[in-house]
Design a protein around this ligand. Structure first.
Ligand code: A4P
Ligand code: MG
Length: 186
């Protein structure tokens, strides 16, 4: 029986961030995002609900890496958070992601972050939900606000739109110190 056929399984809305700033033999950045979207929508007990546009963003992290494509999707899923994360990590690996050769926030073919899973608040080894840096990343808040501006982030108690405005306000008076991950016009 698949999770979608199991009447005992709770179906929740989950939000997943997609990012890529590295081409690979498997394809270019856009093809990595397309692949992830297709694979996520095909997971058992899971359907794609909404997707943001794909944003071009400047990289946050060590210098010398290329710009990112970022997007956020909403799915309805009967998978639990750990099952969903494991599936996401497998999709990253299938696209050539190799954490053993990566520096922190270094370039990557495909990064999938579980932003929110229903109303769950989880702090376990290898799994933190909502994602711990969600509120400080314009490359996440911008696309998330496109599809869920009024969503109240579990544990934070404020809407996505409020978080986005807060982040913007925190930096608007100091443009030289601002986050360099603002969506650009490329
Ligand atoms: N892990 C724990 N909780 C989660 C979760 N909720 N979602 C664990 C996903 N993974 C989670 O992940 C390391 C481990 O975190 C995983 O093995 C998983 O078990 P990672 O993907 O190697 O870490 P990361 O992506 O380098 O860092 P993290 O913490 O996801 O931070 P960010 O903020 O996503 O940084 N610049 C632009 N413009 N766009 C980007 O998308 N992304 C990053 C990554 C840096 N700069 C960027 C972008
Ligand atoms: Mg990540």
């Amino acid at each position: 029986m698949t999770p979608s056929e199991d009447p005992g399984k709770l179906v929740v809305r989950a939000y997943i961030a997609l990012g890529s700033n590295l081409d690979s033999p498997a394809g270019d950045r856009q093809s990595h995002l397309d692949y992830a979207l297709e694979q996520l929508a095909a997971l058992p007990g899971t359907t794609l609900d909404e997707r943001s546009s794909v944003l071009h963003t400047d990289p946050v992290g060590p210098p010398g890496q290329g710009p990112y494509l970022n997007a956020v999707i909403a799915v309805r899923t009967a998978l639990g958070p750990r099952e969903l994360l494991d599936a996401m990590l497998a999709i990253e690996r299938a696209r050539g992601r190799d954490r053993t050769s990566e520096g922190r926030w270094g370039p990557r073919t495909l990064d999938l972050d579980l932003l929110i899973h229903g109303d769950r608040i989880i702090r376990e080894p290898g799994l933190i939900v909502p994602h711990p840096r969600l509120h400080e990343r314009a490359f996440v808040l911008e696309p998330l606000a496109q599809i869920a501006p009024d969503l109240i982030v579990p544990g934070l108690g404020v809407t996505v739109l409020a978080l986005k405005r807060r982040l913007h306000d925190a930096f608007k008076d100091s443009p030289n110190d601002g986050p360099n991950d603002r969506p650009n016009d490329k």
